[in-house]
Design a protein around this ligand. Structure first.
Ligand code: HPA
Ligand code: ZN
Length: 328
């Protein structure tokens, strides 16, 4: 099964580039940029990854991203992820970047964007992986700050097909960002939003009705609202599910209790993704594998998840069709 999963052509649609920072690279970049880390060894870093919920994870994640300073650092981070993805037969990837994590500590938007974008270009030519960038706003910051970040992204909008919403969900409903998302859509951006990870099903409804999202990131708490489940099936609004993240952040007590298989078998366009692989213990193949063994997913169900990943992407209908045909 391991080889079957690794070789399965797939797309990754929920991946935060800052969440691919492996401890080894954290040390390398800290040294390169003369930064003192609060850790002495790789194992000390891993020991610190002892999360109780989303917020305790975010604290560590924001701290780790401080080693990212120069364009080359963002390039190296992105390139390392793309090499890993290529080794797991990821054919297409849609990558969140969180400029506010970096601009808030004095790094220019262009530094972040250029480093990531150059690596994505090289990923296409050297590894054959196509990519889309998703600019994500930190929902614990204000709508005004999101507007300012959107302004910075406008010169690059032809290479950033979508905007998203991440960070601490509780108390920061999608409605807070309605005007920003309206403006983004008027500028031609598609929209997505994290919702229904820790937040209630109402946040998923708001993301759909107010932010007009093309898909929901996480969305596993849709299971609490039968009307919402019917709606997701009816409209085929995809969910980008992240199994290892959900277990690490205690959204589910164990992988055996994860609702991925139920969502899939209800007819929802569920996909499997890694979220923040260096923090949650695995890249996309490890996510498929962990879900497969705990939930006893069949090869048929794995094929369906991989097809869904292309279907739910922002690729053109022709590209989707070609990739899905490889799975028939
Ligand atoms: N949820 C919210 N914010 C995030 C996540 C997540 O899973 N990963 C990185 N930022
Ligand atoms: Zn996420």
């Amino acid at each position: 099964m391991e080889k079957f999963i690794r070789d399965l052509p797939k797309a990754e649609l929920h991946l935060h580039i800052e969440g691919t920072l492996e401890p080894e690279m954290m040390f390398e970049l800290a040294q390169r940029n003369n930064i003192d880390l609060p850790y002495k060894s790789v194992s000390e870093v891993r020991d610190a990854y002892n999360f109780t919920d989303l917020q305790s994870f975010l604290d560590i994640y924001y701290q780790g991203s401080e080693v990212l300073q120069k364009e080359q650092d963002f390039y190296d981070l992105t390139w390392a992820y793309l090499e890993k993805a290529a080794s797991q037969n990821v054919r297409h990837t849609e990558i969140f970047f969180d400029p506010q994590c970096h601009t808030s500590r004095g790094i220019a938007f262009e530094t972040v964007y250029q480093g990531i974008y150059q690596a994505l270009q090289d990923g296409q030519t050297k590894l054959g992986i196509s990519s889309n960038l998703i600019l994500s706003f930190l929902r614990d910051l204000s709508a005004e700050e999101a507007f300012a970040t959107l302004e910075q992204a406008l010169p690059y909008k032809d290479t950033i097909p979508a905007v998203g919403l991440d960070s601490a969900e509780q108390g920061n409903p999608p409605s807070k960002f309605k005007e920003v998302f309206d403006r983004a859509q008027a500028e031609g951006f598609l929209t997505v939003a994290h919702a229904g990870e820790e937040g209630p099903p109402e946040y998923i409804w708001e993301a759909i009705n107010l932010l007009k999202v093309s898909r929901i990131d996480h969305g596993v708490r849709s299971m609490e609202d039968p009307e919402l489940l019917d709606y997701l099936v009816d409209k085929q609004i995809p969910l980008t599910v992240c199994p290892l993240s959900n277990v690490e952040l205690k959204v589910f007590d164990s992988m055996a209790k994860h609702n991925l298989k139920k969502l899939l078998n209800l007819g929802i366009c569920a996909t499997v993704n890694s979220d923040d692989p260096s923090y949650f213990g695995g890249y996309i193949a490890e996510n498929y594998q962990a879900a497969q063994s705990a939930l006893d997913l069949t090869k048929q169900e794995l094929y369906q998840l991989a097809k869904n990943s292309f279907q739910a992407s922002f690729l053109s209908p022709e590209s989707k069709h070609k990739l899905i045909a490889e799975l028939d």
